[in-house]
Design a protein around this ligand. Structure first.
Ligand code: TPP
Ligand code: MG
Length: 272
């Protein structure tokens, strides 16, 4: 069956991320493919972006803390019309181009210059506090890697958000069990991670991060407390020869990989 709605957009995010990786010969492709469903539901259903007013003050805010997956965010923004797709395809990771491998502030729709992990949540908490003080009723979403939650700054920010009951803040943890090139998390990691958020007064919901109905429901936010969405994903999702593999983290795709990769992506979609 042909996917529709946000499922179709997730496929398009994957395909464009792949095109960017092929064009540039570089990219954290596994990390980008894994979060395509989260971004599709956020950008096309939960948190619409006005293409004419990318910086409008009343829209919800999305912060990609794991900025090495920037190609997925840039793809979502291009598909949403916030940035120019042709320019993105031409200039992504090219000398003198407007778009680097990590998403950077200055690009419409990109809120922070990331790269150094552990900074997105503290910034998101600051945003949520400012919104509360200024009576702005928008949500702030922050997407982090599971490995990233090893950073102490994440927990300082989480403790403050919990204490202040920032209920318009939603942290999404991309729970793929991979932390870069060679570490897989222990089986009881998720229980311990959830307990840690709960201990700082967050509401935690654990879902399949590729299930759009579950994402739709979870991403609408919590009541009275900040919400953490533990979204279980597969690194490299959508490209069977990359799924769950460590080397999908930073894999250079070359022009001769093009047909195999795009065909595999299409076939995996038809099979889903
Ligand atoms: C503070 C910091 N330490 C190390 C790195 C190098 N680094 C880039 S991606 C990555 C893996 C992070 O794992 P995770 O957050 O789970 O993201 P995933 O690889 O699963 O997308 C690391 C260690 C970094 N960018 N920032
Ligand atoms: Mg990870």
């Amino acid at each position: 069956m042909r996917p529709a709605g946000s499922e179709q957009q997730a496929f398009e995010i994957r395909r464009l991320s792949l095109e960017l990786a092929l064009g540039a010969g570089t990219c954290h492709i596994g990390s980008s493919l894994g979060i395509a469903d989260v971004l599709a539901v956020l950008f096309f259903e939960v948190m619409p972006v006005d293409p004419d007013l990318p910086g409008a003050p009343l829209r919800d805010t999305f912060i990609l803390s794991k900025a090495h997956a920037g190609s997925a965010l840039l793809s979502a923004l291009a598909l949403r019309g916030t940035i120019d797709r042709a320019q993105l395809e031409r200039e992504y990771c090219r000398d003198g181009g407007a778009f680097g491998g990590h998403a950077e502030r200055g690009t419409p729709g990109v809120e922070i210059s990331g790269g150094s992990l552990g900074h997105g949540l503290p910034i998101a908490v600051g945003r949520a506090i400012a919104d509360r003080l200024d009576s702005r009723h928008r949500r702030t979403y922050c997407l982090m890697g599971d490995g990233e939650t090893d950073e102490g700054s994440v927990w300082e920010a989480a403790a403050m958000a919990g204490r202040l009951g920032l209920d318009r803040l939603v942290a999404i943890v991309d729970a793929n069990g991979h932390q870069g090139l060679d570490r897989k998390l222990a089986d009881d990691h998720w229980e311990r991670l959830a307990s840690r958020f709960e201990a700082t007064s967050w509401e935690v919901t654990e879902i399949d991060g590729h299930d759009h109905a579950a994402l739709r429901h979870a991403l609408r936010g919590g009541e009275g407390r900040p919400r953490c969405v533990l979204a279980h994903t597969v690194k490299g999702k959508g490209l069977p020869f990359m799924e769950g593999r460590f080397d999908s983290h930073y894999r250079s795709l070359r022009p001769h990989d093009r047909e195999r990769a795009l065909t595999a992506l299409e076939q995996a979609r038809v099979a889903a």
